[in-house]
Design a binder for this molecule. Structure first.
Ligand code: HEC
Ligand code: HEC
Length: 453
């Protein structure tokens, strides 16, 4: 009898466990964390003149190989002579050119530079470090004093660059870049080590670059919402490209409450053409019914729910979320690193899904989804028209203001690395089927409304 009861109990427990296990995960609210206050103007100045990196390519060397570039930031001094993606910094009397945040976080759109717009024109698909290797040899011989200041940059560059190649143009390898850099730094002291302290996945899972004006609404940073705690620590992360030690890191960090204040002050660019008011009103009603539970409401009664949507509901390419979720060693590196210490620590929380982003200024942020796999909003809302292989013309950029996104050509098969290939790992364009049940006229009403955000 006892045995009988025990068996039934075990069976019951098993059933409960199975039921619990099968319970579909639900969207979860991301809790806010306190952010420091800063000065936006000082933050902007630091971004366009500051020494976030303190080792780079000597200024006269850089000028020799780079062509003339427009002074799009209205800068003064030596910085006015180089492109907006670089700053000129001085270390021990040596002027050096260093890449900045704006390389990835600004883009020329219809001939205006939009600071904060993710740059989707960069090409990480043809990586060759020959040019830099040659420059290093030359510099070592000709100007040993200058080389001393540049050494950290060249060392890091040579190690990292070959490991961050993407399969197509227009996507960004920043997550892999951070991982490789972490692998070459002691988490506590941030000092460089030549041999990697973590295993590296061979592939580069790509992402798009999110717009800066969205940050002020978000309780967690990054597509998968893994960035919690003090955002300023994450914002300065690219400093680990060349950082010497935690003294330098602290010094750079001292500017980043200001940088965060600047990023939070940016507003989404306004749609430049006329909007059909009646159509957009209809779109607003449809949006509030079908989309706002995840993406929030806009206008006078603004709200943003800050939800993390599990993979089982969103169904978009899972590789980027998995890349952070499954990499226990990297999460551990971060959470015991200098960045996660002190009165305002940053914390990395692995998640299995993606944040439903705010849609302010979404008209200008094509291509769409976290990996930039869908060229237009029309195709986000109608999965049957999403192209499997597609190209856009990088030489003469054309925006389509009715489908809202990049003018593109669909192909039967990939031609080269300029073709976005959605069959590759991390590049998939599936999921987010929430617009599929709508009619075309409803979709275009929603698109008209999205132009107003
Ligand atoms: C090599 C390109 C690159 C550089 C340089 C770079 N970023 Fe980013 N940044 C990215 C990418 C890609 C993401 C998205 C990664 C993800 O979410 O997985 C990102 C994410 C962010 C976000 C998060 C936005 C959000 O809504 O979650 C902010 C803010 C940000 N970067 C600020 C900066 C600042 C400040 C700098 C300079 C100190 C910088 N980035 C340098 C590529 C770059
Ligand atoms: C269940 C929650 C949910 C619903 C409902 C939903 N979305 Fe989304 N949406 C998301 C998530 C999560 C993402 C990010 C997915 C990714 O990048 O992989 C997203 C991404 C998007 C993007 C791309 C943003 C970008 O910058 O790449 C657009 C546009 C969008 N949604 C519009 C809509 C519209 C319009 C509706 C209503 C028809 C809608 N969504 C309904 C969760 C939702």
């Amino acid at each position: 009898m006892k045995k009988y009861i025990a068996t039934i109990l075990i069976l019951l427990l098993g059933l409960v466990a199975v039921a619990y296990y099968n319970k579909d995960p639900q969207p979860t609210f991301i809790l806010p964390s306190k952010q420091n206050i800063g000065n936006a103007d000082s933050g902007y100045r630091y971004l366009i003149y500051g020494d976030i990196l303190r080792s780079g390519v000597p200024y006269n060397f850089f000028k020799m190989v780079s062509g003339k570039s427009k002074n799009r930031l209205n800068r003064k001094g030596k910085s006015a002579q180089i492109g907006y993606s670089y700053n000129v910094v001085t270390s021990n009397g040596v002027d050096m050119v260093v890449p900045t945040c704006l390389m990835c976080h600004a883009q020329v759109f219809e001939d205006s530079l939009i600071v904060g717009l993710g740059n989707t024109l960069l090409d990480f698909s043809h990586i060759s470090d020959e040019k830099y290797k040659g420059a290093e040899v030359l510099l070592k011989k000709m100007a040993p004093k200058k080389y001393k200041e540049s050494k950290a940059f060249f060392t890091s560059y040579k190690t990292v660059y070959p490991q961050i190649e993407t399969d197509v143009r227009g996507v960004n390898p920043a997550d892999k870049l951070a991982l490789v850099l972490g692998a070459h730094r002691n988490p506590e002291t941030l000092e460089w080590t030549d041999s990697a302290i973590m295993d590296m996945p061979s592939e580069t899972i790509p992402s798009d670059v999110p717009a800066w004006w969205l940050l002020k609404k978000k309780n967690a940073m990054f597509y998968a919402g893994i960035g919690r705690g003090d955002f300023a620590k994450y914002l300065m992360l690219s400093n680990i490209l060349t950082v010497k030690d935690t003294f330098e890191a602290r010094d750079v960090y001292n500017h980043f409450n200001d940088v965060q204040a600047y990023i939070r002050s940016i507003e989404a660019p306004k749609y430049p053409f006329e909007i059909d008011k009646r159509l957009s009103k209809r779109g607003e009603r449809l949006f509030n019914k079908n989309c706002s539970s995840c993406h929030g409401t806009y206008g006078k009664r603004e709200s943003y729910p800050n939800l993390l949507i599990p993979h089982s509901i969103i169904n978009t390419d899972a590789a980027l979320a998995e890349f952070s979720f499954s990499n226990v060693v990297a999460i551990d590196w971060f959470n015991k690193s200098w960045f996660a210490q002190g009165a305002f620590p940053a914390k990395m929380v692995p998640t299995e899904g993606y944040v439903a982003p705010p849609l302010d200024g979404v008209w200008i942020t094509a291509p769409y989804l976290h990996n930039g796999s869908v060229p237009t909003i029309e195709a986000v809302l109608n999965s049957s028209i999403r192209p499997k292989y597609w190209t856009r013309n990088y030489d003469s950029l054309k925006y389509n203001y009715s489908s809202v996104g990049w003018e593109y050509n669909a192909h039967a098969e990939p031609i080269d690395k300029v073709t976005y290939n959605t069959t590759l790992k991390g590049y998939g364009n599936q999921g987010h089927y929430f617009g599929d049940h709508l009619t075309d006229s409803e979709r275009f009403a929603i698109i008209e409304y999205l132009k107003t955000l």
